[in-house]
Write a protein that binds this ligand. Structure first.
Ligand SMILES: CC1=C(CCC(=O)O)c2cc3nc(cc4[nH]c(cc5[nH]c(cc1n2)c(C)c5CCC(=O)O)c(CCC(=O)O)c4C)C(CCC(=O)O)=C3C
Ligand SMILES: [Fe+2]
Length: 346
């Protein structure tokens, strides 16, 4: 079938208190995130003993995908590598090379385009290949924000969260995704398509999920911003938005972290703690919808994306957005696609 392995490429997270600061330094290397922000984020990790759930969740998702591959008769070993923490993708690609892998597919744990969600994973692929002599060819799978299996898994989680609040009238559904700088959103996507690919894909995913879940009124908001306060990022922030909803008389909210595939630290801290607490201060009922990684449809989705390459399976998608994100050896989708922001030297 032309491919020898699947590389599961993710963000990474610390697995002990001493790993938190070195991890954060890896994440923010050269990105101008203020030191105070780092110390504040470190504290969020320390609330959980310095352990992010992200690596454990990736390992569990990989196990489900391995089972699904076997069930579908595909012989493709899965290897796990991260951008910011062990197992580092450079080491994983070196291991794959020593195992005789010549060509591998790559599943990035992000459904969307944009620099942080897509192009930076291409940079990871480039960096890892540059570190390994005669490195395997690495073909990254496409964006899946509009895949029917992703949309239906997220929609069922939203329906379940509504049920938790008693399915009463007046519950507001709020979709949230990681905020990014306004400039990064403007630069997101192939330049010929006018930018804002990240926020447009998030809005489209929210529309598709709301339609499938039978929800009329919903909002799309942002979370977990960092960077200096004078730099504009996508708004409104989820916590400010809860204040606004309270002022409008909304008494119950379902929050769906549509921008993420698993319950990593930004979900369990920024939503389950900070946002839930603000809702409680307002006397609002709050239910957080599950992320899709543990849903059986998520493993099916990954294998279906693989089958598009190894078995010419049809490309299933619910939106009119062009297929994007499938790259070879980290070469961007188009010239100038999702260009990283120019950062001041030093
Ligand atoms: C779009 C997007 C996704 C979704 C796509 C995807 O899933 O890849 C995402 C995921 C994640 N972000 C994560 C963690 C962090 N992100 C940070 C910083 C930043 N994120 C950004 C964007 C995104 N981030 C941006 C524009 C920055 C500013 C600095 C920079 O341009 O790099 C920082 C630094 C401290 C801070 O400023 O908050 C941390 C610790 C974790 C792991 C959590 C865990 O450990 O469980 C995950 C999955
Ligand atoms: Fe992030």
């Amino acid at each position: 079938m032309g491919y020898d392995a699947l590389l599961w490429l993710s963000f990474g997270g610390p697995e002990g208190p001493d790993e938190v600061m070195p991890f954060l330094e890896n994440v923010t290397r050269g990105r101008g995130v203020p030191r105070e922000r780092l110390l504040e984020v470190a504290e969020h990790y320390q609330h959980f003993g310095g352990v992010s759930p992200i690596n454990r969740l990736n390992r569990a998702a990989i196990e489900a995908v391995e089972k699904q591959l076997v069930a579908e008769g595909l012989n493709l070993p899965v290897r796990f590598g991260n951008r910011n923490w062990q197992p580092m993708v450079e080491d994983t690609v070196a291991r794959m090379k020593s195992e005789g892998v010549r060509r591998a597919l790559v599943f990035p744990t992000s459904a969307y385009g944009g620099y942080s969600a897509c192009r930076q994973y291409d940079e990871d692929i480039e960096r890892a290949r540059a570190a390994v002599e005669d490195a395997p060819e690495l073909v990254k799978l496409r964006h899946f924000f509009d895949h029917p299996l992703f949309v239906s898994a997220v929609a069922d989680a939203v329906v379940a969260a509504h049920a938790e609040l008693g399915d009463r009238p007046g519950i507001r559904t709020v979709f949230t995704a990681h905020s990014i700088p306004e400039s990064a959103d403007r630069a997101a996507g192939p330049p010929a398509e006018g930018g804002r690919l990240y926020s447009r894909q998030i809005a489209e995913a929210a529309r598709l999920v709301a339609a499938e879940a039978g929800i009329g009124e919903y909002d799309v908001v942002w979370q977990s911003r960092s960077g200096p306060p004078q730099v504009p990022w996508l708004e409104p922030d989820i916590v400010d938005h809860l204040d606004a909803l309270h002022e409008q008389g909304v008494e119950a909210v379902v929050v769906s972290p549509i921008g993420f595939v698993s319950d990593h630290l930004e979900v369990i801290w920024d939503l389950d703690n900070e946002a839930a607490e603000r809702a409680a201060e307002h006397g609002m009922d709050f239910a957080r919808a599950a992320t899709p990684d543990a849903d059986p449809r998520f493993a099916e989705l990954v294998v279906e994306l693989i089958r598009e390459h190894v078995a010419d399976a049809p490309v299933r998608k619910l939106s009119e957005f062009p297929v994007a994100g499938c790259t070879v050896n980290g070469a961007p989708c188009a010239v100038g696609c999702c260009e990283p922001a120019k950062r001041p030297a030093g």
